[in-house]
Design a protein around this ligand. Sequence first.
Ligand code: 13P
Length: 252
Amino acid sequence: MRRPLVAGNWKMHGTRQSVESLLQGLSQQDWPSDVDVMIAPPALFIQQCRDALTDLPVRLGAQSCAYQAEPGALTGEISPAQLRDAGCEFVLVGHSERRSLFAETDEIVCRKFAAALACGLRPVLCVGETREQRDAQLTAEVVGGQLQVILDTFGVGGLAQGVVAYEPVWAIGTGLTAEPEQAQDVHAMIRARLAMLDDEQAQRVQILYGGSVKADNAEALFSMPDIDGGLVGGASLNADEFGAIVRAAGRA
Ligand code: 13P
């Protein structure tokens, strides 16, 4: 069936020195063979991580990319082709922090998704609702809308070349994890929506949960039938805790 994937999003954390010790900690983990692992460091440290990860079953991802694959006059941006060249296999697109703080619209997210696929990267499409939207019972509409833009362009088959990460905005960095059943409800809704279009492809799509995943709540979350792993922020900055979360995905 679906292979679990646990990804660490380091966000804007780290110095060369702290990255070195985090990598050192990661090199000492016991990695299960039945879970895919990915870390997404700040772009500045991708090279450093690549050099250190050569003997480890840990893949590399980026936290964002430019919306075009071709080189060009986009000051400050990094193209998906450059990320691929640097050794990345994944890239996050549409993280809620990019949407809210950097005004990334669904259209831009869609262009990034396309550019990533064109360069052979697996885009990790992040979707999720705010607290206000959840309270107004708009979760299905908001998450469905964020997915729909990608589905309109690429279909379920195109989406399945990437990964979906459900990250309720109210659970990110707040310590307020969604209850496993609460997260499962949304994951099941996402899969049902995809299955209406193409059931076979829908069963293949990995749907990760993100939002205050920790070593002590990971197994309960990952045991849910439609939760195929996690996108971990804060807890991925601690090698032992991240290792424990990955191993929880192997047990779940
Ligand atoms: P936290 O795990 O720190 O809540 O962050 C989640 C996240 O945004 C991962 O992309």
